[in-house]
Ligand binder design. Structure first.
Ligand code: MRU
Length: 346
């Protein structure tokens, strides 16, 4: 499946050039638009670990192209090329632990590798391009389904960055906001999303590129925003959804869900079915990434003798009971806690 022109309209976090993967360095946005060339799987793994590429679906797509680069490098050079590619797949799998899209995409690539083909490179590239294009198509579908739920809403709050930068293009929660904005007036609020500021640096930038007005708030202003009655929905993406409907997403999501319940605000999760981990029943089984304390600590506390430390979990789990709707490309599950979670989408 090739991407249509309309599907390519949004900013591209990842671009396949034919012999390299161009990765937009998201740590430098919004001030600098710099693409780095990843020439092998090791470069891709580093780009993921260092957060140059981030966001669950984008991580999966980048890893898929990482496997293409591995096959390109080893196929012509060694009789043992498959073992070398498998070692690269293991390296890519270790790049980040929480987003299940990474493991899903690598499984797809492994399945393609295991099939006999006269041209393994062409087969593996076709698989990566299909994963990429299907993600964009899923986002457009979810955009419409989510926008249906927003009919008549006056305001929404989103968290982290779930847009074109975090996906193959268009976005999940931000895709819903894009689609809704085409249909109706909507006040969009974005939480800044400490400590990496994905909301302030990435979401605000993406929306402003498309002339969609957005109001940035400090994460700690969310309760007060809800109290004013300005928003009807919180809309977020997901890094992993378990079969019962629990959702792992950017740290702070759980807090927003608790606040939403307190204030009668509805809570929407938007994610493709590639974000569902069918093998896990509930959220307490998800591995939550903890990143370096240095990402939080001011420099003055980094000296060895400092007694100031930091705890830096970068995801949390929102229990299904706090979720009003889970929107996927296969359909919407309303009040997932009252049914069988997301199992009906399988
Ligand atoms: O640490 P990040 O920036 O990779 O975290 C990203 C998020 O938590 C997103 O909200 C999630 O991946 C959904 S992206 C479509």
């Amino acid at each position: 499946m090739k991407m249509t022109r309309q599907q390519k309209e949004t900013v591209q976090a990842l671009q396949w050039t034919g012999d390299a993967l161009k990765v937009l360095d998201q740590r430098r946005l919004p001030e600098h638009i710099i693409y780095d060339d990843c020439k092998d799987a090791n470069d891709v793994a580093k780009a993921i670990t260092s957060m140059r590429v981030r966001g669950a679906p984008a991580i999966g797509i980048a890893a898929a192209y990482g496997v293409v680069l591995s096959v390109r490098k080893h196929y012509a050079q060694s009789n043992h090329w498959r073992q070398k590619v498998v070692a690269d797949i293991d390296l890519l799998a270790k790049s980040r632990p929480t987003a299940v899209n990474l493991f899903w995409a690598l499984d797809q690539m492994k399945a393609t590798l295991s099939q006999q083909s006269t041209n393994p490179l062409a087969a593996i590239l076709a698989c990566a391009e299909r994963i990429h294009a299907e993600d964009v198509a899923a986002n457009h579908k979810m955009g419409e389904l989510g926008a249906d739920l927003l009919m008549g809403a006056k305001g929404v709050l989103t968290h982290c960055n779930t847009g074109a930068l975090a996906t193959g293009g268009y976005g999940t929660a931000l895709g819903v906001i894009r689609s809704a904005h085409r249909r109706q007036a909507l006040n969009v609020y974005a939480g800044e999303t400490r400590p990496w500021l994905q909301g302030a640096r990435l979401t605000a930038w993406e929306l402003s590129q498309e002339h969609i007005p957005v109001t940035l708030i400090a994460d700690s202003a969310a309760a007060w925003l809800m109290k004013t009655g300005a928003i009807d929905w919180v809309i977020v993406g997901a890094d992993r959804i378990t079969a019962n409907g629990d959702v792992a997403n950017k740290i702070g999501t759980y807090g927003l869900a608790v606040l939403a319940q307190q204030h009668g605000v509805k809570f929407m999760v938007v994610a493709p079915t590639t974000t569902i981990d069918w093998g896990i029943n509930q959220g307490d089984q998800i591995k939550i990434e903890e990143r370096d304390a240095k990402e939080l600590l001011p420099d003055c506390y980094l000296e060895e003798e400092s007694i100031v430390s930091a705890w830096n979990p970068v995801f949390d789990v929102t229990p299904v009971e706090l979720i009003s709707a889970i929107v996927t490309e296969r359909g919407v599950v309303l009040n997932p806690a009252t049914g069988q979670g997301v199992r009906g989408l399988k």
